[in-house]
Design a protein around this ligand. Structure first.
Ligand code: HAM
Length: 417
């Protein structure tokens, strides 16, 4: 038997009801907030992610599916959507001339992480990116949009964490203070953090190792280092959130695992996911468009993990419905009638199914039940002779003969369609 690679899932119909609820909630809020869909490629030149996410990040150094194409170019399966959307935005002259451009995307992302509950190697995100506004109102807007999606999808009891990691003017002073603080305890750091101290000290705050947690307690707080412009931006985001009753917790350790962020960072977290506590996250990235060769354009966005959200949706989601009708026949001329009626039902907008093989009534009724059909429509010798069908309601068990010519009207009335 062939099997799938680790961390990669097949998603069968029993999960589709919950996933559709999440995706419908997302699409509906994207519509309300005036975001429009962009479809980005599944692979990019590796450079897009190295430059976009940062050469020293875990994603780029350890987690990318990178390969050479036949022309010897390095390609990577997208580990996230922001860098590709920025690349597309800069490359496309039409959209980057808009004053503000609001885009959303859906689809699979790939990261070679160690698989566990809620952590996959192929997972699906929906995400939104807003270009052309540095206004804190728009930081609030993307956060409020994600909050509404989570609630509409049936997810409750989560915490919104918010932080600011400053800008290129104020962050260097913070990084200096942070480096000095951690240098004093270098021998206590885990191996990864020893490397981070040299290459990317901000990420020290993001370490998940148990032994590094107590060291964070007295670390300098970025919010005490913010320049006046970053501070007033941060205050304004918080004011907008409070003003619309979106509860949040300030978390000065929230630096995120991608290097493109400036000012606002945020995460939607819950204790219900074990180690993988965030189900959606994002922030502002005012320098990335220029980094990709575009004219300096502020931007802000987020992405959510659909499989993590699936684990959090509360309340029963109705199973995918079965067909409206399942046709049961005795073969020969009855099969011809069943084929014709099945086609007519489908053309009239009903879902209908049947098995062309002559398997006997019992087996066909069993199949109708297994398919969760609402009605069984029986065409046997008696029905052929009388010019009728017998319609059986599979929920109540009631059945009655219906004249073949009046079938569509009967079903319309019966199913209220
Ligand atoms: P991220 O925090 O790397 O941010 O991923 C966002 C979400 O994707 C996570 O909160 C999680 O729900 C889901 N996710 C990430 N990795 C995995 C995995 N291995 N298995 C399952 N789910 C996963 C970004 O991707 C940024 N592009 C967000 C952003 C958009 N920032 C600005 N704009």
């Amino acid at each position: 038997m062939l099997s799938k690679p680790p961390g990669i899932e097949d998603i069968f119909p029993d999960r589709i009801g919950t996933r559709n609820r999440i995706l419908e909630a997302a699409r509906e809020q994207f519509r309300r907030y005036n975001f429009r869909e962009i479809v980005i490629p599944v692979m990019e030149f590796t450079e897009v992610f190295v430059r976009g996410i940062g050469g020293e990040t875990d994603i780029v150094t350890k987690e990318m599916f990178t390969f050479e194409d036949r022309g010897g170019r390095s390609l990577t399966l997208r580990p996230e959507g922001t860098a590709p959307v920025v690349r597309a935005y800069v490359e496309n002259g039409e959209y980057n001339r808009l004053a503000t451009c609001k885009l959303f995307y859906l689809g699979p992302m790939f990261r070679a992480e160690r698989p566990q509950k809620g952590r996959l190697r192929q997972f699906n995100q929906f995400g939104a990116e807003l270009f052309g506004s540095g206004d804190p109102y728009h930081d609030y807007e993307v956060i409020a949009m994600m909050d509404a999606i989570a609630k509409d999808a049936g997810i409750n009891g989560y915490t919104l964490l918010v932080n600011s990691i400053g800008c290129s003017a104020c962050r260097p002073d913070f990084v200096k203070a942070l480096t000095a603080y951690y240098r004093g305890m270098k021998n206590l750091l885990c191996r990864d953090c020893a490397g981070r101290l040299e290459k990317n000290p901000l990420r020290l705050l993001d370490c998940k190792q148990e032994s590094c947690q107590p060291l964070k307690k007295d670390s300098p707080k970025i919010t005490s280092f913010l320049c006046p412009a970053c501070k007033s931006h941060h205050d304004a985001v918080k004011k907008y959130l409070s003003g619309s009753a979106i509860a949040f917790t300030e978390d000065h350790l929230l630096v995120r695992g991608l290097d493109y962020y400036t000012r606002t960072t945020f995460e939607f977290v819950t204790a219900k996911l074990g180690g993988q506590n965030a189900f959606a996250a994002g922030g502002r990235y005012d320098n990335l468009v220029a980094e990709f060769g575009g004219k300096p354009t502020p931007a802000v966005g987020f992405a959510a993990g659909i499989e993590r959200m699936e684990l959090l949706v509360e309340g029963a989601v109705a199973d995918e419905k079965g067909p409206d009708a399942y046709l049961v026949h005795t073969g020969g001329p009855a099969l011809d009638r069943a084929v014709a009626l099945c086609r007519e039902l489908r053309e009239a907008g009903f879902s209908a199914d049947m098995d062309p093989a002559d398997r006997g009534f019992k087996a066909q009724f069993k199949k109708a039940d297994r398919e969760n059909a609402l009605l069984a429509i029986v065409i046997g010798e008696d029905e052929l002779a009388a010019g009728t069908c017998t319609v059986k309601d599979l929920k109540s068990g009631d059945q009655e003969p219906v004249a073949a010519g009046g079938m569509l009207n009967y079903i319309k009335n019966k199913l209220g369609k």
